[in-house]
Design a protein around this ligand. Structure first.
Ligand code: FAD
Length: 478
């Protein structure tokens, strides 16, 4: 192995998504004279831009795809290596890349993200959306589609249900309301009319630089100011998309550009049949198909007994952490959701190996107002905090759990409404003794406060103090 050793670094970070890039940026500040490497499988990296601290615990930012040279220019002690990590040798502190090279580390942070959980491995008929490549594929296939079946009830499904035009969408959700991950049935009722209404014209085009890789010249990067109809070029095993991933992209099917959406509540996918299977299988033939006539490339049988033919299925049913190359030969503790378990210092069960972002599962004792959700806010926060923990480890310093893990907070947009989520915004895990305070003005605003024992989410917090003080600070501020 020794002959393959290319270089030793003080710190290596794997993954060029938000978590990995934030981690190297912070490491570079904390350990300015230490040599560090970012090893990433994709050709572009994700950077946080226009970061704004909106309130003490609320942040807003945008995500840009950039050439890694931009990062190397800013961080002189950083080397970016574009290659996939295929193995990790925790005993000898070495990572091995697909290029057959070995790199030694003193501290390692795994930020390899996650990939869509697919309903079936049939890539021809079942699509998952994760990176620019997969969106481009989706766009291309949607352009010829008359009907798609959308499965899932998280953020991606919500965005697609709202954005897709010119193609009938059958949306299968396992819950009794849409958007269950982010809001309750009342808020869903508030949003449902937006699905049938015409979408407002976009106020202004997205002015953010978007970098694309071109097919013909895979190593050259061009800045593309929101060209309509142009997705981002192919990246290899790229990172998850940024906040405005569908902005400036045409998500239109083959029919007239109108919206036709039906929601099938409280059901999951029972089986997926190809057209051939539909013709030859007795079970498939017995399925109750609401369609009259015609054939479809694929059929989806739902647990409510209905079967829909469609051009393809979009599987938006969550993600699986990208842990595979790191697990073989090592004894990592893995959580039930498949993530690498990390403690309050973002440290995995292996010495000197940290993890942040979608790949990890936060397994410390959480504050009563925080929960892990695989979102870019948390990817940034975890990447930043992991870097501080790594630096503290190198410098033999102690470090306290970052304040951002005291209160869950996230700003996003659903159906053109700005949404701010704080604490246990959906009463997650609370006993039935909680109360809801609600203010709703049809088409304008939906405000919900969850209260338990007189404590609830509020945007105003007291400065400093212990978490108990801060909790007290929530009392009476609603
Ligand atoms: P990623 O961004 O996935 O980055 C992982 C990196 O690791 C990539 O650079 C990849 O190339 C690299 N990598 C993987 N394996 C290896 C390997 N073996 N060797 C080397 N490199 C490797 N979040 C929100 O907050 N709001 C939203 O509205 C929202 N919408 C979303 C819409 C879509 C379509 C998707 C897919 C996600 C969305 N998310 C949203 C989630 C958010 O994008 C992720 O939580 C966040 O980007 C995770 O960041 P990360 O750095 O952990 O992982």
């Amino acid at each position: 192995m020794a002959d393959k050793l290319q270089k030793s670094f003080k710190c290596i970070v794997v993954g060029g998504g938000i978590a990995g890039v934030t981690c190297v940026q912070q490491l570079s500040c904390s350990l300015p004279s230490a040599d560090m490497a970012l090893i990433t499988a994709g050709r572009l990296i994700k950077a946080v831009t226009n970061y704004k601290q909106v309130a003490k615990v609320l942040e807003e930012f945008q995500v840009e795809e950039q050439s890694s040279s931009v990062l190397e220019e800013k961080l002189p002690n950083l080397t970016v290596i574009h290659s996939a990590v295929i193995a990790l040798h925790t005993q000898s502190h070495l990572v091995e890349t697909a290029g057959g090279e070995l790199f030694a580390y003193e501290k390692l942070c795994i930020c390899s993200g996650a990939r869509p959980k697919l309903l079936a491995e049939d890539k021809q008929h079942v699509l998952g959306i994760r990176d620019t490549d997969s969106v481009q594929d989706f766009q291309k296939r949607l352009a010829k589609a008359r009907r798609i079946v959308l499965v899932g009830n998280g953020g991606i499904a919500l965005e697609l249900a709202y954005e897709v035009e010119g193609c009938e969408v059958i949306w299968a959700v396992k819950d009794n309301a849409i958007g269950n991950t982010f809001f309750d049935a009342g808020a869903a009722q508030f949003l449902v009319p937006s699905l049938g209404a015409d979408k407002p014209e976009r106020a202004a085009p997205c002015k953010r630089l978007r970098y694309t890789t071109q097919d013909a010249a895979p190593q050259t990067f061009t800045a593309d100011r929101n060209r309509r109809g142009r997705g981002c070029g192919p990246t290899q095993a790229g990172s998850a998309l940024g906040p405005d991933w569908h902005e400036g992209m045409i998500l239109k099917g083959a029919e007239q550009p109108s919206r036709k959406l039906s929601v099938e509540y409280q059901c999951e996918v029972e089986q997926i049949f190809t057209c051939q299977e539909m013709l030859h299988s007795t079970a498939a033939q017995q399925a109750h198909t609401p369609d009259t006539g015609g054939t479809w490339p694929v059929y989806v049988q739902l647990t409510n007994g209905k079967t829909y033919g469609c051009d393809f299925v979009v599987s938006a049913t969550g993600v699986t952490p990208n842990t595979q190359p790191f697990l073989t030969g090592n004894n990592f503790a893995v959580a039930d959701d498949g993530g690498l378990r990390v403690d309050h210092h973002m440290m995995t069960s292996q010495p000197d190996v940290y993890a942040a972002g979608d790949v990890c599962s936060a397994c410390w004792e959480h504050s009563p107002f925080w929960q892990q959700m695989r979102l870019w806010t948390q990817a940034r926060q975890m990447g930043y905090y992991a870097a501080r923990c790594m630096a503290a480890g190198v410098l033999s310093q102690t470090i306290e759990l970052d304040f951002c893990f005291e209160l869950f907070s996230h700003i996003t947009t659903f159906f053109n409404y700005k949404v701010v989520l704080l604490g246990k915004f959906n009463a997650q895990g609370l006993a039935s003794d909680h109360q809801l305070l609600l203010r709703c003005t049809k088409g304008q605003e939906y405000v919900k406060v969850v209260l338990q024992g007189g404590i609830g989410g509020a945007t105003r917090w007291q400065d400093g103090g212990s978490s108990a003080d801060r909790r007290d600070g929530l009392r009476g501020n609603l």
